[in-house]
Write a protein that binds this ligand. Structure first.
Ligand code: AMP
Ligand code: MN
Ligand code: MN
Ligand code: MN
Length: 278
């Protein structure tokens, strides 16, 4: 069973439109795909239509930006959500609505260090104007020749502590999980290895808070995880009785190490989250 339950389209910061993404997933042997754009569900209708044409199983998904303790941003994926659910749609619209102001503040900070017109530049890369984010700024700086690749742009300008980083209030954990569950979905902690700001004790606390809120799953296999991290989070999932997810977090060939559908399989002794997806 080749399930890929985390990837992005042009509706957020992916490179392929939803239909093209589905065709790539099918060509790569994916049996079950979830499209999980950041804070946005407007790609799932096209994705579902293409999936039906290809005969590929598809579930609607979303990756919600969440502010957790000490101004740490974490990502919560929702799988199998009803893309028409009014409370979920309203919540996501509220989260998206902060992005424009954040982008302006980022551009102001970048201007202070002499990088002018970054907002106009970033806008050219944001196919969905409501979803402007750091990846679009990064692509602008690569295209303008300032930096060789997006990773280097993040390292120099966009990561926490760098000149273009501004702190921002996203959704809170409880409401993000509630929106997902209220829409009939399963909440998943995305790429847990990426939360470098959380100590191991703080990560345990996040898992506890997440489960108290009604969260049920964690990404054990993720594009960003090393083999060691896969085993670490497999152990955590078994210990806490969390369902295990698998997702490439594919954005596009230019930026992703792991292609859609090309993650390693889940380690043994786990309950795959897709056993609960119809
Ligand atoms: P935002 O939601 O605007 O904060 O943007 C987060 C997105 O930026 C992530 O989903 C990735 O697509 C991208 N991103 C974050 N860190 C990096 C990095 N170090 N290198 C490349 N892309 C990154
Ligand atoms: Mn992204
Ligand atoms: Mn993420
Ligand atoms: Mn993602």
């Amino acid at each position: 069973m080749n399930a890929d339950l985390h990837c992005h389209s042009t509706v957020s910061d992916g490179y392929l439109d939803p239909s093209a993404l589905l065709r790539r997933a099918h060509a790569n042997g994916v049996d079950l795909l979830a499209l999980t754009d950041h804070d946005e569900l407007s790609g799932v209708a096209d994705a579902a239509r293409e999936a039906a044409l290809l005969g590929l199983r598809f579930v609607a998904g979303v990756e919600i930006s969440v502010s957790y303790v000490d101004d740490t941003t974490i990502h919560i994926v929702g799988l199998g959500v009803d893309p028409q659910n009014p409370a979920l749609l309203a919540g996501l619209a509220r989260v998206r609505s902060g992005r424009e102001d954040r982008a302006r503040r980022m551009a102001d900070e970048l201007e202070r260090i002499g990088l002018r017109d970054a907002l106009e530049g970033a806008r050219r890369f944001a196919r969905n104007p409501e979803m402007i984010g750091r990846a679009h700024f990064a692509r602008h700086f690569v295209a303008s020749g300032l930096m060789p690749d997006v990773n280097t742009v993040f390292e120099h300008y966009l990561a926490r502590g760098k000149p273009g980083f501004v702190s921002h209030e996203w959704a809170n954990l409880d409401e993000a999980v509630a929106w997902i569950r209220g829409a009939g979905g399963i909440a998943v902690i995305a790429h847990p290895s990426r939360y470098h700001r959380l100590s191991s004790a703080a990560l345990d606390k996040l898992v506890a808070d997440f489960m108290d809120a009604g969260g049920e799953a964690i990404e054990v296999v993720a594009g960003a995880h090393t083999q060691k991290e896969v085993l670490r989070f497999a152990k955590l999932a078994r210990k806490r009785g969390l369902l295990a997810s698998r997702g490439s977090d594919f954005h596009g060939e230019a930026e992703s190490v792991v292609d859609v559908g090309r993650c390693q399989p889940l380690p043994p002794g786990l309950t795959p989250v897709w056993s609960r997806l119809s």
